[in-house]
Design a protein around this ligand. Structure first.
Ligand SMILES: NC(=O)c1ccc[n+]([C@@H]2O[C@H](COP(=O)([O-])OP(=O)(O)OC[C@H]3O[C@@H](n4cnc5c(N)ncnc54)[C@H](OP(=O)(O)O)[C@@H]3O)[C@@H](O)[C@H]2O)c1
Length: 323
């Protein structure tokens, strides 16, 4: 298996990333409760016990409450901070009195968001600040200036991207001197464009493939760590009732359970090991708040499926044989 690209910068980073979008009590404006803080403590303990030390946030998760509850845990137990690599994202703004839902990678918004992230998380620095989505109005020089200032101030150690294709990464790198060490993309068994793009090159059947060519190759070439979000496909292959789903989804779920039995491991481990098998060497982000599921996910690092099994899963999940 290739080394994780992120190890060049953060050598302790775990193979899996814990996604904190589910912490904080829900996407409502109601304040955090004691139960939310208890849950966050328990989940963080389960994640660390599963040897996962990278925590993924965004300023918008649960309208800031995911970071806030995490920050309360760090206030109660400051000794946890040094065991963690914390990343957060900025750049998405919900509709407000100033305008509609929009993306904002202006210098002013990146600076303000980072201050708020640090405050909510109750930490002096974050390890990785990720630009959440490409803002059509972003100016590489303006982004460069603010990232430089954040780095100099010690508030952010490294920077990353999310939902950006290779040309956008390259465009920002025209002016931004710091490397973008991460690109977080939706890659899963139910969102297969990242593989379909390659196998359909030059084939009219690939006209509707939804993934920009060269993005994974660019990441590998530039030591940019690919992190896959949505990697558990919301539980579709790990125990959710699939009776209302198309037959290829049901068959994929069946194959996953066959392999889990063969390798004496969890369903989650097989789903994630399928992603881990890809040579781009990705870091799957897992978003469960269920402690048993978190543990089940951690077994993925101990399983290595064969090339043939990898293709069996892929072909079933795409619902038709390869071209
Ligand atoms: N960069 C981006 O734009 C972006 C976008 C979305 C998400 N993310 C990151 O990726 C992380 C994961 O994203 P995600 O939550 O969309 O994807 P996910 O990890 O594929 O799915 C997790 C969700 O699926 C549920 N689930 C898993 N197994 C289940 C089962 N067997 N039965 C029922 N439900 C099951 C979980 O519920 P339980 O909690 O009950 O287990 C949880 O709600 C987020 O936390 C966030 O950090 C990034």
């Amino acid at each position: 298996m290739n080394k994780l690209s992120i190890h060049q910068y953060l050598p302790q980073a775990s193979r899996l990333v814990y996604g904190c979008m589910g912490l904080g009590g829900g996407w409502t404006s109601s304040p955090l409760t004691k139960a939310d803080v208890v849950q966050a403590n328990q989940v963080i303990d389960a994640v660390l016990e599963a040897n996962i030390n990278v925590f993924d946030h965004a300023d918008i998760y649960q309208f800031g409450k995911a970071e806030q509850v995490f920050g309360q845990v760090l206030t109660q137990r400051p000794e946890l901070r040094e065991k963690m690599i914390i990343q957060s994202k900025c750049g998405i703004r919900f509709e407000d009195s100033n305008g509609p839902k929009r993306y904002d990678l202006s210098g002013k918004w990146i600076t303000e968001s980072t201050e708020q992230i640090l405050k909510r998380l109750n930490t002096d620095y974050i390890d990785v600040l990720i630009l959440h989505r490409p803002d059509p109005l972003m100016e590489p020089e303006e982004v460069a200036e603010v990232l430089y200032a954040l780095k100099q101030s010690g508030k952010v150690k490294y920077f990353g991207l999310s939902n950006m294709h290779a040309a956008q990464a390259e465009y920002l790198s025209l002016a931004v001197e710091q490397p973008f060490i991460v690109n977080q993309l939706e890659l899963s068994l139910t969102n297969l464009g990242w593989l379909e793009e390659g196998i359909y090159a030059g084939n009219p059947d690939g006209a509707n493939v939804n993934f920009t060519a060269g993005t994974l190759e660019y990441a590998r070439k530039n030591n940019m760590q690919i992190q896959s979000w949505g990697s558990l496909s919301q539980g579709l292959f790990t125990g959710k009732n699939t009776s209302e789903y198309p037959s290829h989804i049901q068959q994929t779920a069946l194959k996953i359970s066959e392999l889990a039995e063969k390798y004496s491991t969890s369903l989650e481990a097989i789903v994630l090991s399928w992603l881990l098998r890809h040579p781009v060497t990705m870091q799957p982000v897992i978003g469960s708040v269920n402690q048993e599921r978190i543990k089940a996910c951690s077994h993925a690092t101990t399983v290595s499926i064969t090339r043939e099994e990898w293709y069996q899963i892929y072909v079933l999940a795409r619902g038709m044989e390869l071209p």
